[in-house]
Write a protein that binds this ligand. Structure first.
Ligand code: 86X
Length: 478
């Protein structure tokens, strides 16, 4: 079993090799013959299902309905709102033929579905009674990236949800943008145990079709910023391009206010990069497909009793995702390594000596800490431990981000901090022209976002010296 061999690369020395080994050996990803396209094996897909289930329920509570739109978008439709598509066209994959027959019009494989969805919105929305309209779809999209593809982080096909909504009033749309952003923040912080910063994207990083773009961002131990999810207020840009209008209470024709928002399977990659170590994955209990693994220490003369006790314990823990590893062809030590590699939060070991003492050995994946727990206490002790692991993973990540963040006052300090792979906090004008210059002279440092959680200040931009009223985070990024 190739996937059960240990990780030979170190996370902080040979980072990308480490990532490649972890995702394959832990059984998350299989490569295929198409560059940039990867198999999400059940162990990865189960994580995505947990995210789906959580988010799906939350948006349904807000009145969002799921739909499914076609994969193919006719070229003329994709290019209708040209402003937002212009920069992206090199990434679009096209279907040109059916069999040997050339199609009369090329069909894009959806890179995102604004155009096809808003063409339908313009048919469905007539009066204020048709609003708000809130739909979502879970699907895959294709963006033919040319930068080196990486599973989860930059794949040519990936899974996501895309939410698309239309409102009569701008204030309603504004409120939803932040509501959805809060849900994304919850996914990262509560499920993935990944601390994020909520904020607004700079002019340069705003989606071209949007009035403004908000995001959740984190900063990884390798020294790179990464966007977790985005929630856009599209204003009336698409409404005007696709003629999405309604008659208000006074019978006057108005354009709708729209939002779109999405989270992708990239989020799984962020979690892996945040928590993993030299032994492999470390999965937070709330998203782990297996939360507890039970490993029996088997000897011929005590096997029956030990297995029986393990099965009893498995039953006691049926509220959790438990796996009893009964395989006899592997040693306990081999199994420990394998489940560590797969990131299972808790390992329970039980042998004849433990049986005598009516106890079980419990080992945490995150700290490696081992303790003996009386079997009668496990129903009380296990949930405490799982919660503690969830919490400490978050706290450790948070401390890491904090220690990797530097506040600067000048561009000289800024460049030095970027070189040292830090997240940089700086008072900034937020202008596109300023960001372009920063990017050029730092080999690609970008703003992450402008955090919402800050007070307006009267200051000067660290780079151009123009008046600035807020700080932003910057970094090299994924
Ligand atoms: C931007 C905007 C938006 C719904 C989201 O961020 C969340 C979910 N959509 C997506 N975007 C594009 O519009 C786009 C368009 C084309 Cl044609 C493309 F090839 C790539 C794209 N990438 C991103």
């Amino acid at each position: 079993m190739a996937e059960t061999q240990g990780i030979t690369a170190k996370k902080d020395q040979d980072h990308s090799e480490w990532f490649t080994q972890v995702i394959q050996k832990a059984g998350l990803i299989e490569y295929t013959d198409v560059s940039g396209c990867y198999i999400l094996r059940p162990y990865a897909y189960e994580i995505w299902e947990t995210i789906q289930k959580y988010f799906d329920q939350k948006i349904k509570e807000k009145g969002v309905k799921n739909t499914y739109f076609p994969l193919f978008i006719p070229e003329s439709l994709l290019k209708k709102e040209s402003a937002h598509v212009a920069g992206f066209t090199p990434e679009v994959a096209w279907v040109t033929h059916a069999g040997e027959e050339k199609l009369s019009e090329r069909l894009a494989i959806r890179p995102t579905s604004e155009t096809i969805i808003y063409a339908a919105f313009s048919k469905w929305i007539r009066s204020h009674n048709d609003l708000p309209l809130k739909i979502n779809q879970w699907c895959s999209v294709v963006r033919w990236e040319f930068r080196n593809p990486t599973p989860f982080l930059r794949s040519r096909e990936f899974l996501w949800q895309e939410g698309h909504t239309a409102y009569a009033k701008k204030e309603e749309a504004d409120a939803e943008v932040l509501d959805i952003l809060d849900l994304y923040a919850e996914i990262f912080e509560e499920l993935y145990a990944v601390p994020i910063t909520k904020g607004q994207k700079s002019e340069k990083e705003t989606f071209a079709g949007a009035l403004y773009t908000t995001s959740v961002e984190t900063f990884l131990p390798v020294g790179k910023g990464i966007q977790g999810a985005t929630s856009h207020c599209l204003g009336q840009n698409f409404a005007k391009a696709f003629d999405i209008t309604f008659l208000d209470e006074k019978g006057e024709k108005q354009y709708v206010w729209q939002n779109s928002w999405g989270i992708t399977t990239r989020s799984i990659g962020m979690m892996i990069l945040m928590h993993g170590d030299d032994k492999g994955l470390i999965l937070p209990p709330r998203i782990a497909p297996i939360q507890i693994v039970i490993i029996p220490i088997l000897f011929d003369n005590t096997k029956k009793e030990v297995v029986k006790k393990c099965e009893e314990i498995e039953k006691k823990l049926k509220e959790y995702k438990v796996h009893f590893d009964e395989r006899e062809e592997y040693t306990p030590g081999f199994k420990y390594n394998e489940w560590e590699l797969k990131g299972v939060p808790l390992r329970l070991e039980l042998g004849p000596k433990d049986l005598e003492k009516k106890q079980i050995v419990v080992v945490r994946r995150d700290t490696g800490k081992k303790e003996f727990v009386l079997i009668k206490d496990i129903e009380q002790k296990i949930p405490e431990l799982l919660e503690d692991i969830q919490k400490s993973l978050f706290q450790k990540a948070e401390a890491g981000i904090k220690s990797n963040t530097i506040e600067v006052n000048s561009f000289t300090e800024f460049k030095k901090a970027i070189q040292n792979k830090k997240r940089v906090k700086a008072i900034w004008c937020t202008k596109e022209s300023c960001e372009e210059k920063i990017k050029e002279s730092t080999e690609g440092a970008k703003s992450l976002n402008i955090p919402f959680n800050q007070k307006k200040i009267k200051g000067k931009c660290f780079h151009c010296g123009e008046p600035a009223d807020s700080f932003a985070y910057f970094g090299k990024s994924y």
